[in-house]
Ligand binder design. Structure first.
Ligand code: DGY
Length: 420
């Protein structure tokens, strides 16, 4: 074991609050949905039981309608805003009222297929199947109420790519009336030039207010929300997760779940093609309020490779776009096209690289026959950690660490992938 391996394990242990892992102390003091799932891959490299516990803990906060929330507020903390009182979901344990990218099924399948303790893995994966299926059904019904083969997100936080340029136009249409005064806590932990702006937060909070006033009742929320986007990233990850969940359903003999998943897969494969942007040779998100594709090419599009959902000609153009981006910066993958005038190498999802996204995209590159690109992403990820440490995200122009330090999912990606 190298010193970095030891440090990465220590970060996971240090951020373990007892059955769940916080992304980092202070900045994110609760359990986050897709963080936890990807972090389980890191735990599994030295403690498989703990990896399963991470997902169990997340699923224990599942809503009755199937949604798995984006934050679970297991214990109070004054270091984060907005907390459970602002969300007002009335759940026990308290949770936010929105979801996050559904990577759980993909992770569960991988944990099962790489397990050493196969009896534990079989039992855990089998017990999680109905919960994961209920979450996917929630996505395909509540978030695709008109059966378009694309799910909508009602808050940028649901994508995990909070302030991506993808949302700029849709965000500009969100009002801020009635949000009132509030105190951000993130700026007590991280420089303001690495975080979303105040104008973004005003709108984030307006969307939370809208959901709270609607009682977080999913019926109608998709259509009434002030912001609704069919995000290329979350739709691609859902399709990939549907494929993984269908494989689990077949393995465990649940023919009904497998059949539903197969029908959603067919619908999503067709729906996703409506997001093709021929000019840039990429896929873009779609603003459901205007019916138009958004005006930004971001890294979310590369998740189409992970979903294996692009026809060969489109896949090759997408790979060519990645080649161009990687020629423009020493460290990939930037979260926004380096040539976009809004590219900002330090501001969260408007330029910086994220190891979890690199990991997911690299997996897709291998499937697309571009192991060279997968290896470039792994080498870049490794180099950024070796140079700067286990930061939340990294500057693609020089590999400098940004955001929160001692970050759990960066450490997990080191253990499960980049540091291998
Ligand atoms: C935050 O608070 O920055 C989170 O990304 C919301 O999920």
């Amino acid at each position: 074991m190298t010193e970095l391996d030891q440090a990465a394990r220590q970060i996971l242990r240090g951020n373990d609050l007892g059955g769940y892992t916080v992304p980092t102390a202070g900045l994110y003091p609760f359990q986050w949905n897709w963080d936890s799932c990807l972090v389980a891959l890191g735990w599994a490299t030295f403690d498989e039981a703990r990896a399963w516990a991470e997902i169990d803990s997340l699923l224990s906060a599942q809503w009755d309608d199937g949604m798995v929330p984006h934050i679970v507020f297991h214990k109070p903390s004054p270091t984060y805003f907005p907390g459970p009182d602002v969300w007002g979901t009335g759940r026990t344990p308290p949770t936010s009222g929105i979801t996050q990218p559904p990577v759980a099924a993909t992770v569960v399948r991988r944990l099962l297929e790489t397990a050493t303790d196969t009896a534990l893995a079989e039992a855990k994966a089998r017990s999680m199947l109905p919960k994961l299926f209920a979450w996917h059904r929630w996505f395909h019904t509540q978030r695709d109420p008109h059966g378009e083969g694309l799910v909508g997100i009602i808050h940028p936080w649901e994508t995990g790519r909070d302030n991506a340029a993808d949302w700029d136009a849709a965000m500009a249409a969100v009002p801020t009336e009635g949000v009132g005064e509030y105190q951000r806590r993130d700026l007590q932990h991280v420089d303001a030039d690495q975080r979303p702006k105040k104008v973004d937060y005003d709108r984030y909070l307006y969307m939370v207010k809208h959901g709270r006033e609607a009682g977080w009742n999913p019926d109608g929320l998709h259509d009434s929300a002030p912001f609704c986007v069919a995000d290329i990233g979350i739709n691609a990850l859902l399709l990939r997760a549907d494929r993984d969940l269908a494989a689990l359903a077949r393995r465990f003999g649940d023919g009904g779940a497998a059949a539903s998943l197969e029908s959603w897969i067919v619908r999503s494969e067709a729906g996703l093609q409506r997001l093709w942007h021929d000019g840039d040779g990429t896929y873009r998100s779609l603003d459901r309020k205007t019916g138009a594709l958004v005006d930004a090419s971001g890294s979310g599009a590369f998740l189409m490779l992970t979903a294996d959902a692009a026809p060969a000609d489109r896949r090759d153009r997408l790979l060519a776009m990645m080649d161009r981006w990687l020629a423009a910066v020493p460290y990939g993958v930037p979260s926004l096209a380096p040539a976009d005038p809004r590219f900002d190498a330090k501001r969260y999802w408007r330029g910086p690289c994220w190891l979890v996204v690199n990991y997911l995209i690299a997996d897709g590159c291998i499937g697309a026959g571009r192991s060279d690109l997968a290896e470039r992403l792994r080498a870049d990820s490794r180099a950024m950690v070796e140079k700067s440490g286990f930061w939340e995200y990294f500057d693609p122009t020089d590999g400098a660490g940004l955001g929160g330090d001692n970050f759990t999912w960066t450490a997990a990606m080191w253990l499960a992938w980049a540091g291998q």
